[in-house]
Design a protein around this ligand. Structure first.
Ligand code: NAP
Length: 338
């Protein structure tokens, strides 16, 4: 589907949602420590209209933000290499984080059915787009289907994602895990993509074996696989396999969520000191330079700036050799087997 046609369909599909979603399950490692810090009742149900229509005039998405390069997915859609993870961001803090992130240059945002924050992500983004006069087409929003479901349930859940986010269309919709009903769920996702509701489809937490089997059955290939990836679990071999099939690797928990004492790692500290950068910046630069997009999460604006300011230095061969030695080849969370 041509870009303009897609946008026109998308704007017809704009739906305005309130605060509805109460989903989620304990399937995911990151669901264990969900903290419901803010009550949803505190959030304004006021509908914020989409940013101005003149945004349709924009033909190219290649410059989402001056400071962040983008990469082209296998269906021609461009996606920024750095975005904001939103797991555990709730309530007013989430709405504020979206606006702060937009203001410092973030254009990619990652949420999921399971995070129970799509409404707040959408409210914050719509408010930020309006205030900062950023066209909708200049941001890229990912959400995920987090439960195993039938084809019909999946069709309904896609509509709920659209309604919750209230951004007219979804840029990237992922299967959160290699669900038993992945084939029928993918069928519903493909249909929504063809109808112009979703710009790109992808998967998450698919092991090599399941990925290789899955792509044989897909009419529309996934654009990326979002996987736990960081210096302690580098995924070089799996990235090669994905890329042989035109599929990108996207890193979740690019800081290993602080596990294995990531932020105090001596090797990373010495490399960071040498380049006058932080440990966080070294960890993200290492991934982005491999063409792995990253979605670090923080609610703090200073850290948002730090985590996006990673393209002004280059790791040398000595640094890369030292980082290679940090790879344990294993998940820091102990639940992903792929
Ligand atoms: N597909 C999946 O199954 C899956 C699974 C897990 C995560 N994800 C996605 O990936 C995103 C990122 O993963 P994550 O949230 O698990 O972990 P992460 O991004 O690796 O780490 C987040 C932690 O690092 C801290 N932090 C952020 N920037 C920092 C900095 N510059 N210096 C020091 N500390 C910093 C944050 O604290 P503060 O917030 O206090 O700054 C937070 O405690 C998630 O939010 C979610 O969108 C997807």
């Amino acid at each position: 589907m041509k870009r303009r046609e897609f946008l026109e369909n998308g704007s017809k599909l704009a739906v305005f949602g309130g605060l509805a979603s109460v989903f989620g399950n304990a399937l995911f490692a990151d669901s264990k420590d969900i903290k419901n810090t803010e009550s949803n009742n505190n959030i304004s149900q006021k509908v914020i209209k989409l940013a101005s229509n003149d945004s349709k005039k924009i033909e190219s998405k290649s410059d989402f933000s001056a400071s962040v390069p983008s990469q082209k997915l296998n269906n021609g859609v461009e996606m920024p290499l750095v975005g904001l993870g939103t797991y555990d961001l709730r309530g007013k803090a989430c709405i504020q984080a979206m606006q702060d992130a937009l203001s410092v240059g973030y254009r990619l945002f990652d949420t999921a059915q399971m995070y129970e924050n799509e409404n707040e992500v959408g409210l914050g983004l719509n408010a930020g787009l309006k205030t900062l006069r950023i066209p909708r087409e200049r941001i890229f929003v990912t959400t995920k289907l987090s439960n195993n479901m039938s084809y019909n349930e999946c069709k309904n859940e896609i509509e709920t994602r659209l309604k919750n986010l209230n951004l007219g269309y979804i840029d990237l919709l992922l299967l959160h895990r290699e669900f038993e009903s992945r084939n029928e769920m993918w069928r519903a996702m493909q249909e929504a993509h063809k109808a112009g509701k979703i710009r790109a489809l992808g998967i998450s937490n698919f092991s090599k074996e399941v990925f290789l089997d899955f792509i044989k059955t897909c009419e529309i290939k996934p654009t990326l696989n979002q996987l736990e990836t960081h210096v302690f679990f580098q995924r070089n071999e799996y990235q090669k396999i994905l890329e042989q099939h035109g599929v990108k690797l996207q890193a979740w928990s690019p800081f290993s969520k602080g596990k294995n004492d990531f932020f105090n790692n001596k090797t990373l500290e010495s490399i960071a000191k040498k380049h006058n950068k932080s440990v966080a910046q070294v960890g993200l630069n290492y991934l982005a330079n491999r063409g792995v997009s990253v979605i670090p999460k923080t609610s703090k604006i200073e850290r948002m700036k730090e985590n996006i300011n990673i393209f002004d230095f280059k790791l040398d061969s000595k640094d890369l050799a030292l980082i290679a030695k940090l790879d344990t080849g294993k998940s820091s969370f102990g639940w992903f087997k792929g």
